[in-house]
Design a protein around this ligand. Structure first.
Ligand SMILES: Cc1cc2nc3c(=O)[nH]c(=O)nc-3n(C[C@H](O)[C@H](O)[C@H](O)COP(=O)(O)OP(=O)(O)OC[C@H]3O[C@@H](n4cnc5c(N)ncnc54)[C@H](O)[C@@H]3O)c2cc1C
Length: 386
C-alpha cells in the first residue's frame, strides 16, 4: 500500500519474510515475560541483516544507511521492535571510522558474522544527563591500562552484548581548552568486565527494553582498547549519531505504517450504528492526518540517509528526520488507539505494546528539545542556549 516505489523492494520482501516467522504472538509473549527476543535476533544476525553497514572487506554486506534503514523500518512495520538490535547496526560505526587497523581486523569480521555482539554504547550519566561534556566517569592511564571509575545510566542491551563502547573523561574538565575535549572512547569486553570492576543493575521500565545502571569501580581496560586518539572521544561519538538518528527515524516510520494499517483495517471492519466506524469523518480524518505526517517524515528520513551515503553533511536532516518520525509515529499510535476504542487497551491487539514502544523515541536517544536546540543553533544561526 505505501512507498512501494522505492528501489528496496527485494530487501523489504526478504526482511518481511523473516519477520513473518516471528508474528504478533511471539513479540506479545516476549513483552509479557519481559524477555529478550533471542531467536529473532539470532535469525537476523544469521541472515546477515545487521551487517548491512559493515564494508564487504570485513565480511559485511556494505549496503549503506539507506538500505539499513529499510531493514529497521520493516522490522517495526511487521510488528516487531528493532530496539532490541539496532545497536548492532550502528555501534560498530564508531570502530569502523575511528578504530586502528588492528582493532578493525580483530572485531569487525566477527561482528559481521554475528559471532560478536556490539549492542551497547555507554554515554548517559545520572547526574549530568544531556549535558554530556560534564560526565564524571573517568579513565586514568596507569601501567599500560586505563582504570575506570564512575557511573552510567540507561545503558541498553548490556546483558545481550559482548562488547560495549564506553565514553569516559581522560583529562579533567578544568584542564581542557574546550569542554568537548578530554573525553575518550574505549571498547569494553563485557565478559571480562562484569564482576571485575563493572556492576550491572537492570532498570525496570515502561517498555520491554533491556536497559541498565552501570557502576565502575577500578575497572581495568587494556590500553589497546582505546579507540582513536585520546581526548577526541566526544567528537567520535557525535560523528556516529547521524546514522543512529536516521535508523531510529526509520523504525518510527515502520511503527507509523503499522499503526495506520491497523487503524484503517479496524475502521473498515468495526460496525457501530449500523455502519463501519471508518465511514464517520471523525474517525477517518485523524487516520488520514496521521498518514500524511508519516509520509512527510519518511521523505526527510530518505533525504538524511541519501546524504549520509553520499558522504555529505547530514546532521540537520538526520535530526529533523528523527524529530518528524518520532512525532508522527506517536500521533499514529494515538489515532490507532482511539480508533480501536476499548479494544486498543487489550494486550491481544498489540496496540498498547507498540504504543509504549514508540513513545520512547521522543526522549531517547535524543530528546525533542535538544533537536530544537540543534536546529536553532546550527541551522538557523540563533545564539547557543546552553
Ligand atoms: C529506554 C532508554 C534507553 C536508553 N539507552 C541508552 C543507551 O543505550 N546509552 C546511553 O548512553 N543512553 C541511553 N539512554 C539515555 C537517553 O539518551 C537519555 O535519557 C536522553 O538523552 C535524555 O537524557 P536524560 O534522561 O538525562 O534527561 P535530562 O538531560 O535530565 O533532561 C530532562 C528533560 O529536560 C529537557 N532539557 C534538558 N536540558 C534542556 C535544555 N537546555 N533546554 C531545553 N530542554 C532541556 C530534556 O529535553 C528532557 O526532556 C536511554 C534512555 C532510555 C529511556
Amino acid at each position: 500500500m505505501f512507498n512501494e516505489t522505492d528501489d528496496h523492494q527485494e530487501i523489504r520482501d526478504a526482511v518481511r519474510g523473516l519477520c513473518k516467522q516471528f508474528p504478533d504472538e511471539y513479540f506479545r509473549k516476549i513483552d509479557e515475560q519481559k524477555a529478550y527476543p533471542e531467536k529473532f535476533v539470532d535469525a537476523l544476525m544469521q541472515a546477515g541483516w545487521l551487517a548491512a553497514m559493515i564494508p564487504e572487506e570485513y565480511g559485511g554486506t556494505g549496503l549503506g544507511l539507506t538500505a539499513a534503514s529499510v531493514i529497521m523500518e520493516e522490522i517495526n512495520r511487521s510488528g516487531g521492535n528493532a530496539g532490541a538490535v539496532h545497536g548492532q547496526m550502528y555501534n560498530m560505526g564508531t570502530l569502523l571510522r575511528n578504530g586502528s587497523k588492528a582493532q578493525k581486523d580483530k572485531y569487525l569480521p566477527d561482528i559481521a558474522a554475528g559471532r560478536l555482539r556490539i549492542q551497547s554504547m555507554a554515554v548517559t550519566e545520572p547526574t549530568t544527563g544531556t549535558d554530556t561534556t560534564k560526565i564524571k566517569t573517568t579513565a586514568v592511564k596507569k601501567d599500560g591500562r586505563y582504570v575506570v571509575n564512575g557511573q552510567k545510566v540507561w545503558i541498553s542491551r548490556v546483558q545481550h552484548s559482548d562488547l560495549m563502547i564506553l565514553l569516559a573523561r581522560t583529562t579533567p574538565l578544568a584542564e581542557v581548552k574546550k569542554k568537548s575535549e578530554g573525553m575518550s572512547i574505549f571498547i569494553v569486553d563485557l565478559h571480562h568486565a562484569v564482576g571485575n570492576g563493572l556492576t550491572v543493575r537492570p532498570i525496570p521500565n515502561l517498555v520491554n527494553h533491556e536497559t541498565n545502571e552501570l557502576f565502575f569501580e577500578n575497572l581495568e581496560i587494556p590500553e589497546e582498547n582505546l579507540i582513536g586518539e585520546e581526548g577526541r572521544g566526544f567528537k567520535y561519538i557525535l560523528d556516529g549519531l547521524n546514522a543512529e538518528r536516521t535508523l531510529i527515524a526509520a523504525e518510527c516510520i515502520g511503527d507509523g505504517y503499522w499503526f495506520i494499517e491497523r487503524a484503517r483495517n479496524y475502521a473498515n471492519e468495526r460496525v457501530v450504528f449500523d455502519r463501519p466506524i471508518g465511514k464517520n469523518q471523525g474517525v477517518q480524518f485523524p487516520i488520514a492526518d496521521a498518514f500524511i505526517e508519516i509520509e512527510a517524515a519518511n521523505l526527510m528520513r530518505f533525504e538524511a540517509a541519501r546524504r549520509f551515503d553520499a558522504h555529505k553533511d547530514c546532521g540537520a536532516q538526520a535530526n529533523m528526520a528523527k524529530y518528524l518520525a518520532a512525532k508522527a509515529s506517536w500521533e499514529a499510535a494515538n489515532v490507532c488507539m482511539q480508533t480501536h476504542g476499548g479494544f486498543g487497551f487489550a494486550n491481544e491487539y498489540d496496540i498498547e505494546r507498540k504504543f509504549r514502544e514508540t513513545r520512547l523515541y521522543q526522549v531517547a536517544p535524543i530528546s525533542t528539545n535538544l533537536i530544537y536546540a540543534y536546529v536553532a543553533e546550527h541551522v538557523l544561526g540563533l545564539p547557543r542556549s546552553f
